[in-house]
Design a protein around this ligand. Structure first.
Ligand code: APR
Ligand code: PHB
Length: 406
């Protein structure tokens, strides 16, 4: 790719995760030039196992932009989830509670593979393995991205920089101190996640509350099961042998007449749990999207969907600006995204708080509150509907029309 001239572009995108790649593709379809700079190599980005729940709006967008063919074929459509507590399962029927809505299970790295293939096919520049990316002059009309690629120092002159470089990226830090406000909670637990070569033990996801800690049963295909268990935030993964993982998962999911199918573990990792929002999501000519500007704990399965929702708003706003010189949508980028971000933050925090063992809960007060809440969610249609409509996301992302955001 380095043969392509990457010294000047309209939108310099940092990061080839879902946010950067969807943004790049939306811009390409509108005839707007972009260059994507990714720190890792292609193999790493495509192999990184992450979340896997897509809201209908995300699926519709991926299909609409022409990267949904494999998703349509291989994605698993689910119409509900199970909440399991006190050893019993309770189904929350999303379709019945939300007018037919559901979710699609399709790994984030599969979405990323499809988007990278589309980017390469389009011929638009995507550079892997870039080092020391540094946004310069973001308060001016022509910001720069300085970086190193294949041993050479490079500069990319842009009209706008899109910081899609995840939580540990560099773009957020390029904003002067005091210009953004950060709000954050770090949870006193993490998830140990595995991918196992075995058919799922249930047709649907199982969110399991247990006195030993939370567990989640998910899947990637009819032959691949994805499982998580609550662990210490600084968990040493080496202390978890395969046998110990299966024993712990089986103990937490235990329910009469049900057993957890086991198979070879092909991937293991620890995911920290954090809630974080930086506001506003923009400074000068730098626009932040996805994990670079907000993190949700994975319990609500919102991270990828929020990232896609942000760049959809951003792409529409940039198209308006580049085509007509009208920056009214760009100016309202943060305002347009933040209500959805905070709704998802609340939902993810609520699900996390309801399902995880709280480390300081010596007399079991929190555990009893959690069980009371779980009972309520599973016995009141109103409460179940609240969970269901947040999970499937009833409100669609606003699209720009001729003169306003609707
Ligand atoms: N320079 C270039 N690239 C960078 C840099 C940097 N300094 N820092 C990070 N990156 C890259 C990462 O390697 C990664 O590929 O930016 C990309 C960010 O992608 P994600 O972390 O996947 O973030 P995002 O695209 O916002 O997607 C959000 O990811 O973390 C999950 O659960 C989350 O599903 C959500 C989704
Ligand atoms: C996953 O399949 O990886 C997954 C599913 C649901 C969640 C989080 C992760 O809430």
């Amino acid at each position: 790719m380095s043969a392509v001239d990457v010294s000047r572009t309209q939108v310099g995108i940092v990061g080839a995760g879902p946010a950067g790649l969807v943004l790049g593709h939306l811009l390409y379809l509108q005839g707007i030039e972009s260059v994507i700079l990714e720190g890792r190599d292609r193999e790493y980005v495509e192999g990184r196992v992450r979340a896997g729940v897509l809201e209908q709006g995300t699926v519709d967008l991926l299909i609409e932009i022409g990267v949904g063919e494999r998703l349509r074929r291989e994605g698993l459509v689910h119409h509900g989830v199970e909440l399991r507590f006190a050893g019993k399962g309770h189904r929350i029927p999303f379709d019945e509670l939300t007018g037919g809505r559901g979710i699609t299970i399709y790994g984030q790295q599969e979405v990323v593979k499809d988007l990278i293939a589309a980017r390469i096919e389009s011929g638009a520049p995507l550079l892997f393995g870039v080092e020391d990316v540094s946004p310069v002059g973001i308060e001016s009309d022509s910001p720069l991205l300085r970086f190193r690629h294949e041993g050479q120092e490079r500069e990319l002159r842009c009209e706008v920089v899109a910081g899609c470089d995840g939580f540990h990226g560099v773009c957020r830090d390029a904003v002067p101190d005091g210009a953004l406000r950060f709000r954050e909670r770090v949870y006193p637990f993490a998830w140990l996640g595995i991918l196992a070569e075995v058919e799922p033990s249930s047709d649907e996801l199982i969110y399991c509350h247990h006195e030993r800690g939370f567990a989640l049963h998910s899947m990637r295909s009819p032959h691949l099961t994805r499982l998580y268990l609550q662990c210490e935030p600084d968990e040493a993964i080496e202390s978890w042998t395969d046998e110990r993982i299966w024993d712990e998962l089986s103990a937490r999911f235990a329910s009469e007449g049900w057993s957890l199918k086991q198979g070879p573990i092909i991937e293991k990792g620890v995911t920290p749990m954090r809630s974080f929002v930086a506001e506003p999501m923009q400074y000068g000519r730098l626009f932040l999207a996805g994990d670079a500007v907000h993190i949700v704990p994975a319990t609500g399965a919102k991270g990828l969907n929020l990232a896609v929702a942000d760049v959809r708003v951003l792409a529409d706003a940039l198209a308006r600006w580049f085509s007509r010189g009208d920056d009214s949508l760009l100016e309202r980028y943060s305002e347009a995204c933040l209500p959805r971000v905070w709704r998802a933050q609340h939902f993810a925090w609520w699900m996390t708080s309801m399902l995880h063992r709280m480390p300081d809960d010596r007399d079991g007060f929190m555990a009893r509150l959690q069980l009371a809440q779980l009972e309520y969610v599973c016995s009141s249609r109103a409460a179940a509907t609240s969970l269901a409509e947040n999970y499937v996301a009833l409100t669609d992302v606003p699209r720009a029309t001729a003169d306003q955001i609707v």
